[in-house]
Design a protein around this ligand. Structure first.
Ligand SMILES: C[S@@+](CC[C@H](N)C(=O)[O-])C[C@H]1O[C@@H](n2cnc3c(N)ncnc32)[C@H](O)[C@@H]1O
Length: 257
């Protein structure tokens, strides 16, 4: 990317643009690439992990469509890449949410061109304001699906569980919650990765499997439960990323009672 939009400091590594770099995207600045390279040096499988996460998104959204979900809210949507949510669920109402200005400029230009797709700039750490804004875009009397892929590990405990609980409360029975989340401990690399992200726009809050599972309180987990990304309803046994575990993924459904 050549120049930064007004108000964006290209010298601070940005978590959305570092992730774009892992996915071989072009929407990143020198500082993002330098920080991402530091991560890749210590943890070369990060690129494969990012792809495994996107492949999980594709399978999970396909599953939601099969379940009849027609409203999807993609939290921390990130920069547009291959296989965006509205492309996998073309008949659904899709609202992308991100707090990052660069992400929103690109998202609005590339994704929100269709009648049933919107891109909302909002901070997920402020769930009341978020739900207020979403109220004008989706019908909360009907089931919705919240996607929280690779975002909750950027939100500290004191906020993250409260956010997820508020989203659940606002959701009608039959709604879904989809999570992918980096795990702690990640052998050998955790302290170094934390240091690199401390200097970026959002620091990492890695959680254990049990802590990630807690986000699904009040939901019934769809089979096969909370798994490694490639272990969730795999459709390609030779997909890269088998045997690599950066985190856990799962899909929950809010029951009637
Ligand atoms: C690693 S990317 C994940 C992108 C996409 N969800 C995926 O899994 O492929 C994390 C995204 O979350 C966004 N994000 C982080 N904290 C956020 C917050 N508090 N509110 C909204 N977006 C946030 C970042 O801007 C970034 O685009």
């Amino acid at each position: 990317m050549d120049s930064a939009p007004e108000g964006v400091d290209p010298n601070v590594p940005n978590v959305a643009r570092m992730y774009d770099y892992y996915l071989d995207g072009k929407d990143n600045f020198a500082a993002d690439r330098a920080a991402a390279e530091q991560i890749l040096k210590k943890f070369p499988d990060t690129k494969v992990g990012a792809r495994a996460n996107r492949a999980f998104l594709r399978r999970a959204v396909g599953y939601l469509v099969d379940q009849g979900v027609r409203q999807i809210i993609d939290l921390g949507a990130g920069l547009p890449t291959q296989g965006n949510t509205h492309e996998i669920a073309p008949d659904a109402r899709v609202v992308y949410v991100d707090y990052d200005s660069v992400v929103c400029v690109h998202g609005r230009a590339l994704l929100a061109r269709k009648d049933n797709v919107d891109f909302l700039q909002a901070d997920v750490r402020e769930p009341d304001a978020l739900l207020d804004k979403l109220g004008g875009l989706v019908d909360f009397e009907q089931p919705v699906a919240f996607l929280a892929l690779a975002i909750l590990h950027f939100i500290p405990d004191e906020v993250a569980y409260d956010v997820v609980a508020k989203l659940r409360k606002a959701s009608a029975p039959g709604s879904h919650l989809v999570i992918s989340h980096a795990v702690d401990p990640t052998p050998d690399v955790t302290p170094q990765a934390l240091e690199i992200y401390k200097k970026a726009t959002a620091s990492l809050n890695l959680r254990t499997r049990e802590e990630i599972l807690r986000f699904f309180e009040g939901y019934e987990l769809a089979e096969p439960g909370l798994t490694f990304p490639n272990g969730w309803r795999p459709d390609d046994p030779s997909a890269p990323g088998n045997g690599i575990n950066f985190g856990y993924v799962g899909v929950g459904r809010k029951p009637a009672h």
